[in-house]
Structures are given as structure tokens and as C-alpha cells.
Write a protein that binds this ligand. Structure first.
Ligand code: 5RP
Length: 233
């Protein structure tokens, strides 16, 4: 089974979390694209979707799913999205696709965050995947200097402008021992719009597509640390 097959398997399992008449939160990335493909036959059962990016919104519209403005939606049950890395506490690095700010907003409104990944995304310590930070363009070098002080190596993603008109810096060489603390510290730097650490609002359910099939970890059933031994690399 290759990585795409594992992503597809996780994306298919996520369909089980959809109920008739739902408004869905839909994330961004290749795993979510597989999930969106699965929505085509269900389009008449879904009231609509709130999207975390213009790219996903386009895909949703193409298959006939109404895309709703988050300002018109007070609450919804489920947000489905991928991750670049996820640990045993269901804390994540996200933003490989530069959609981190809208992803964090949509995840904040959702009652349940269902994360869909292939097994290569599981880690014991976050940080091997460079941590994306969305910044106001004029603050790019200032935020980069602050990240060097925190032990990181910032690299400007020069070919990318986010859906919000901002820049992305990817921070290499971090070993993130306390994701919640680091999320808070980076959020306090002036000019930072969003850091791609999803620790304060992590995932509630993790669906992992792997060589041995699909595995589901429900954070509300296992507690935040009960799954560590089983799933970490
Ligand atoms: C986009 C994201 C994606 O969820 C993350 O990059 C995973 O992508 P993929 O499913 O393509 O591996 O955070 O901003």
C-alpha cells in the first residue's frame, strides 16, 4: 500500500462521521481532497460545508456542495482535516498547505475535530516537519529573528501568499517538547497571524490509514496519554 492508498483509506473512514443534514467543516490538503471525492454521492444529504481554504471551496463547489460563510454558521458538529505531524496527545503541526489560519478558525468552531492521516504522520515529538507560521508580510524578518532566539531555523516560503494575503515562514530544527507552551509563546510575537501548532485545540478523533488497515483513536475514550505506547514511532 502506498502513501496515497493509506490517505484514501483514512478519508473513506471519515465519511462515517457525517450525519444527514450536517454542515461539515472541511480542511485542506491531499488527504482532504480524497475525502471531498467521497462527498459527491452524499451531496444531497449535506446542508453545506465551511471550508478552510479557497482551494477546498472550489473542489466542494465543483461537486455541488454549497460552501457557507463561517459568519453565517453558529456551530457545526464535525471538522475533517489532515495534519503534517500528529503526536500521542493528538497535538499537531499543520500548515504544509499554507491554510493554517483558516484551519485553526474552522477547527475552533467545530464540536469535533476528526484528523485523517496516513501512518507516516505519527511522531513521538513534533518538529521534524518544519513548523509553518503565517505572518503579516512586514513582520517576516522580525518574526524570523525571534524564532532564531527560540532555537529554530526560519526559511521563508517565498513562492506562497496565503488566502489571507500573508507570508509563511517554515521553522526548521525544532524539537517541540511542550507544544502548548510553544504555541502560546509564538502567538505572542507581534506580526504572527497563526502558528501551525494545533495543541490548545488538538484533534478529538484520529483516523490513521496504515499498511495494516485503518486505526481509529478517539481522544475522549483513550484520554490524552493512554494511546502513547501504542501509536508513537
Ligand atoms: C494544510 C494542512 C494539511 O492538513 C497538511 O499539510 C496535510 O496535508 P496532506 O493531507 O496533503 O498530507 O495543514 O495547510
Amino acid at each position: 500500500m502506498n502513501q496515497n492508498d493509506m490517505k484514501k483509506a483514512a478519508a473513506l473512514e471519515a465519511v462515517k462521521y457525517i450525519k444527514e443534514g450536517d454542515i461539515l467543516g472541511v480542511g485542506t490538503g491531499s488527504t482532504v481532497n480524497f475525502f471531498i471525492e467521497n462527498l459527491a454521492p452524499l451531496k444531497d444529504k449535506i446542508k453545506g460545508a465551511v471550508s478552510s481554504s479557497l482551494a477546498s471551496a472550489e473542489r466542494l463547489k465543483k461537486i455541488g456542495i454549497p460552501v457557507l460563510d463561517l459568519n453565517d454558521v453558529e456551530e457545526f458538529d464535525v471538522y475533517i482535516d489532515g495534519a503534517d505531524e500528529i503526536n500521542g496527545n493528538l497535538e499537531m503541526i499543520k500548515g504544509g498547505g499554507a491554510a493554517l489560519t483558516r484551519e485553526k478558525i474552522v477547527a475552533a468552531v467545530a464540536k469535533k475535530f476528526v484528523c485523517i492521516v496516513d501512518e507516516t504522520k505519527l511522531v513521538s515529538t513534533l518538529g521534524a516537519f518544519p513548523l509553518p507560521i503565517e505572518v503579516i508580510p512586514m513582520a517576516r524578518n522580525y518574526v524570523s529573528r525571534e524564532m532564531i532566539k527560540m532555537g529554530g531555523r526560519p526559511v521563508y516560503r517565498s513562492n506562497v501568499i496565503t488566502d489571507n494575503g500573508n507570508s509563511i515562514i517554515d521553522i526548521h530544527d525544532l524539537m517541540i517538547k511542550s507544544p502548548k507552551d510553544l504555541e502560546k509563546r509564538i502567538n505572542m510575537i507581534p506580526g504572527v497571524v497563526t502558528v501551525g501548532l494545533f495543541a490548545h485545540r488538538g484533534a478529538d478523533v484520529l483516523i490513521i490509514g496504515g499498511h495494516d488497515g485503518v486505526k481509529i483513536i478517539d481522544g475522549s475514550k483513550t484520554g490524552s496519554t493512554g494511546i502513547r505506547g501504542e501509536m508513537q514511532k
